[in-house]
Design a protein around this ligand. Structure first.
Ligand code: NAI
Ligand code: X2X
Ligand code: MG
Ligand code: MG
Length: 332
């Protein structure tokens, strides 16, 4: 079992006198800026323009700065703008103001692993990668918990990079759960793989396809939505808390038998082979290349994908069903 670092293994000392610039105030940026500030650290929010994020940050009591001003005043620069934007922000707003012994920090290894950003040898480069969405990183912290994270060191100029990564993980709340060490390569490749075949791509398509099969066979969309999409949360919560065995204990014998047989029929060796192809595409750098090209074209696949999902029958039905099921969800 990998070593798990918790609160007692981490100290804020290596960063308590440093000024931290959080670049970006989106999903992760907001969570990090607030959690680090609540942990007593000195946080500047750096943004490109006075847009929506700027207002949100102001509402949270920050006085945002333009990116380069935040960088000029910071010892630690944390990249929480979208992965495709990071290298431009680095080139235009960070690199010109880099001083020796500054730290460049990431929440995902993409830009370093695929060499889109190549920092000088005289800075520390490390990562704290929360294994959960930004709003949850904030919510758990506020409630006294934390979302687990991975930490990795790419460059250790100061000799203290790992201790600083753990310190930030602690300030984020991650060591309240547990932190495991990884490499930029391992984090980048596994994160991309997970979101593509499983967390984002796989689960969405699995649920939507099952929904469509029922609706196309003439069943009411509301019934199909409950069955193939809404109930997923309860099943996943059971797996999250009690493992597959715990989930299987909670469902009927009939579901277990049907699930064991049909599950392996649908998600078969062919699907596994395709997953391996997806992994290979990530490891070879082909996916990164393709995504950069897509982004530079204005990300049409992203724009159209979002539109298609938003207009789909399952999403329309979902709006009604969520109202019903959220009404029944206990407030905690
Ligand atoms: N979303 C998540 O929960 C997770 C994200 N990460 C990583 O965290 C980093 C940040 O991702 P998110 O929080 O999802 O980003 P986001 O898309 O939610 O936040 C974007 C922030 O950057 C700003 N921004 C957008 N376009 C910009 C541009 N062209 N120039 C300058 N600023 C721009 C936005 O105004 C906003 O403040 C990424 O490296 C991502 O891989 C890691 C774990 C989970
Ligand atoms: C939320 C998370 O961990 C993801 C899916 O990897 C991401 O948003 O990139
Ligand atoms: Mg992830
Ligand atoms: Mg990711």
């Amino acid at each position: 079992m990998a070593k798990v670092y918790t609160d007692k293994d981490a100290s804020l000392d290596p960063i308590k006198d440093k000024t931290i610039a959080v670049l970006g105030y989106g999903s992760q940026g907001r969570a990090w800026a607030l959690n680090l500030r609540d942990s007593g650290l000195k946080v500047l929010v750096g943004l490109e323009r006075e847009g929506n994020s700027w207002k949100v940050a102001e509402n949270d009591g920050f006085r945002p700065l333009y990116t380069e001003d935040a960088v000029k005043n910071a010892d630690i620069v944390i990249f929480l703008v979208p992965d495709m934007v990071q290298r431009y922000v680095y080139r235009e707003r960070v690199q010109p103001y880099l001083r020796d012994s500054m730290d460049l920090v990431f929440a995902h290894g993409f830009n370093i692993h695929y060499r889109l950003i190549e920092p000088p040898k005289t800075v520390d480069v490390y990562m704290i990668a929360p294994k959960g969405p930004g709003p949850i990183v904030r919510e758990y912290f506020v409630k006294g918990g934390g979302v687990p994270a991975l930490v990795a060191v790419h460059q250790n100029y100061s000799g203290k990079a790992f201790e600083k990564a753990l310190a930030i993980a602690k300030a984020l709340g991650a060591t309240r759960a547990g932190v495991i060490e990884t490499t930029f390569k391992e984090e980048t490749e596994t994160d991309l793989f997970g979101e593509q075949v499983d967390l984002v791509g796989g689960i969405t398509q699995l649920m939507r396809t099952a929904f469509q099969v029922l609706v196309e066979a003439g069943y009411q969309p509301e019934i199909a939505y409950y069955e193939t999409i809404n109930e997923m949360k309860m099943i996943v919560d059971l797996i999250y808390e009690k493992g597959f065995t715990g989930m299987l204990k909670a469902v009927s014998e009939t579901a277990k038998y049907g699930g064991f047989t049909a599950g392996k029929y649908v998600i078969n060796e062919d699907v596994k082979k395709r997953m391996k192809e997806v992994l290979e595409r990530i490891r070879s750098g082909k996916f990164a290349e393709e995504w950069i090209e897509e982004y530079n074209k204005g990300a049409p696949t992203l724009v159209n994908g979002l539109k298609e999902v938003e207009n789909s029958l399952e999403e329309q039905v979902g709006r009604q069903i969520r109202e019903i099921s959220l009404r029944g969800k206990p407030k905690s």
